[in-house]
Design a protein around this ligand. Structure first.
Ligand SMILES: [Fe+2]
Length: 133
């Protein structure tokens, strides 16, 4: 599996969703899943939207100061994914586009989680710890 412990943020809900994202992204290049590629791409589009929305809710309820910037990163990825999905739909030869989506999603997720989600998680967990006192 592409997810590993170095990607853990410590916020259970976010980590569970990240694991599911990597699982689905991995299915794109799993030969036994080839018949379900379109379903997987559509599932990912919806699951990414749900995941971003859940993360943004946590950011808003905790008054995260970098919320706007973080949301913009989510919006940019959603747009990039939509563009790649449209490219997939139009492509006569779909295999290279699937590879492109797979590598783009892995690279983006890893970078985003390491830099941005972890930063938010540190803030969120500290804030929660503070409120429990
Ligand atoms: Fe995020």
């Amino acid at each position: 599996m592409l997810w590993n412990k170095s990607l853990e943020t410590g916020v259970a809900k976010i980590d569970e969703q990240h694991k599911e994202l990597f699982r689905q992204v991995d299915n794109l290049v799993d030969k036994s899943q080839v018949a379900k590629i379109t379903d997987t791409l559509v599932f990912l589009k919806n699951y990414v939207a749900k995941h971003f929305s859940d993360e943004e809710i946590l950011q808003r309820v905790s008054s995260y100061p970098k919320y706007e910037g973080h949301r913009k990163l989510h919006d940019d990825f959603s747009q990039a994914y939509r563009d790649l999905y449209a490219k997939y739909q139009k492509a006569a030869n779909k295999a290279p586009v699937i590879m492109e989506i797979n590598s783009a999603a892995i690279a983006w997720l890893k970078d985003h989680i390491m830099k941005h989600d972890k930063e938010f998680a540190v803030y969120y967990l500290a804030k929660q710890a503070g409120q429990k006192k």
